[in-house]
Design a protein around this ligand. Structure first.
Ligand code: ATR
Length: 274
């Protein structure tokens, strides 16, 4: 069975190493996973060619996740809500099922550190990365999710759009600007792209309390600006997004193969190689 990760750029992707480790653990001999660089204007053609050549599924990374959503013939409910697809699976009839495993990857990584039930969650950012994780977070049944964003209107809009779906899980959902956040939260998640530019998210220290879990969806060899901020504000429990990366891969691997690989050994291996 052939799988690929499609992106532009894609040379940096750790997905081949992660999936090779999963396949080895599960004893799958007939499993290959490679990188596929698609031209910026050639995502659909690249997928079609891969499928025509017998490909079984692919992961999609920057900047093609919205295009993959449009390309999918069917979508899982979590992909439909996310507005983005990071996993495609070729069905028996040749059609493409689109899934989004990013949110589940985040939630499983958070749950390794803290039970989310009844907790108050602050989600920073209202772009594609934030949108994709709101409902998976709600499914873990916190009491409250507040989306805060530099552009407050985008946060309010996203919260309004997803409020009914969140309330079906008994979760109150709100949206606001960074300046409007004045309470402390049990979990603070950075889903902005501020770290990419080496910048901190301008939120007050008061959002953290002693037992807050500070989680940055970014990761790197060095501490991210957001996690440095949390450390300086006295937060002990600080986690970067490497576990989310491995978690979303594990979910995709399960969808494709029906096997549940273990996350910890691969995460430790990747961490050592950062
Ligand atoms: P992604 O797919 O990574 O979510 P995106 O959809 O472009 O990318 O969204 C980027 C998010 O990071 C937005 O919430 C953006 O805030 P705005 O909506 O106000 O643009 C946020 N962001 C980017 N740079 C930021 C910065 N320096 N400080 C705070 N928020 C930032």
């Amino acid at each position: 069975m052939r799988y690929v990760v499609i992106g532009h750029p894609v040379a940096h992707s750790k997905s081949p190493a992660i999936h090779a480790a999963f396949a080895a653990e599960c004893g799958l001999q007939d499993f290959s996973y490679e990188r596929l660089l698609a031209p910026l204007d050639g995502f659909t053609d690249s997928v079609r060619q891969f499928v025509a050549a017998g490909g079984a599924g692919c992961n999609i990374t920057v900047p093609f996740k919205e295009e993959a959503w449009r390309l999918a013939d069917q979508r899982t409910p979590r992909a439909a809500a996310a507005g983005a697809v990071n996993t495609l699976m070729v069905q028996a009839d040749g059609s493409l099922l689109g899934d989004n495993t990013d949110g589940a990857g985040l939630v499983s990584d958070l749950q390794r550190h803290l039970d989310l039930t009844g907790k108050r969650i602050l989600l920073l950012g209202a772009g594609g990365a934030a949108r994709g994780v709101v409902l998976p977070l709600a499914q873990a049944r916190p009491s409250l999710i507040v989306i805060a964003n530099r552009t407050a209107d985008k946060a309010r809009q996203l919260a309004t759009e997803l409020a009914d779906a969140a309330s079906a899980f008994g979760v109150a959902l709100g949206g606001c600007g960074f300046d409007d956040v004045d309470a402390a939260f049990d979990v603070v998640i950075n889903a902005t792209s501020a770290s990419l530019g080496g910048e901190r998210v301008p939120i007050p220290d008061a959002v953290f309390h002693g037992e807050t879990l500070a989680y940055d969806m970014m990761y790197g060899r060095d501490e991210t600006p957001f996690l440095a901020h949390a450390r300086e504000a006295g937060v002990r429990l600080r986690v970067d997004g490497l576990g989310m990366l491995v978690g979303q891969a594990a979910e995709a691997f399960s969808l494709w193969t029906g096997r549940k690989p273990s996350v910890e050994p691969v995460l430790a291996q990747l961490r050592a190689q950062l």
